[in-house]
Design a protein. Structure first.
Length: 202
């Protein structure tokens, strides 16, 4: 049957998240799906809004940090979600006085962080209610504060770091890993540090 790829975008005219499925669009809709995938990466105001079908669209993260809710509504019963940020807000730079642009970037980052935390609380409750197996995996550190960072060598190192991080998890060595496991009768935040597993209800 093949894989079903999903592109999530934010509709700036309706303040809603829209998702587009490669299976639903089919082979004839390949170019359209590529367009929606590109639009899902548009991080305004540093990139432009895209006008399509008379409406303006940008990165889906503005209205929904990770489209987990949409996947549950589409019938998913098991979801592994990868959050590229750590479980605790840890900006790389503490210098907010460099220039107005750096301050604007931090303001947007903080607002999106708070929105993503609220989104995750909603989807965790939704997963419990619908008996969906949901795992949310976090990176152990903040990779960068700059969303527009495109250095190939450093980004390749980040990919390698993420791969090694995942290997530790799936090899059963959960030291220094942050994982949220959501089950039907349990909602526990598992934080693994230095060989100790701490449990905190969320």
């Amino acid at each position: 049957m093949g894989k079903n790829l999903i592109a999530a975008v934010s509709n700036f005219d309706t303040a809603q998240t829209e998702v587009y499925s490669s299976k639903e669009l089919g082979k004839d809709g390949y170019e359209e799906f590529c367009d929606w995938t590109w639009i899902s990466c548009n991080a305004v105001p540093f990139t432009s809004l895209v006008k399509r079908n008379g409406m303006y669209y940008a990165d889906g993260g503005f209205t929904e940090h990770m489209p987990i809710r949409r996947l549950i509504e589409m019938g998913a019963t098991e979801i592994d979600a990868i959050n590229t940020k750590p479980a605790v807000y840890k900006p790389v730079s503490s210098d907010l006085g460099r220039n107005p642009l750096s301050l604007l970037e931090r303001m947007i980052d903080v607002l999106l962080w708070e929105a993503s935390e609220r989104d995750l609380e909603v989807v965790k409750d939704m997963a419990l209610e619908r008996d969906v197996k949901l795992n949310i995996y976090y990176m152990p550190r903040t990779l960068t504060d700059n969303s527009m960072y495109f250095d190939k060598d450093i980004m390749t190192k980040w990919w390698d770091e993420g791969y090694e991080h995942a290997k530790l998890l799936f090899d059963g060595n959960k030291n220094d890993l942050n994982v949220i496991n959501v089950r039907k009768k349990c909602c526990v935040n598992h934080t693994f540090k230095k060989g100790k597993k701490l449990k905190q209800k969320v």
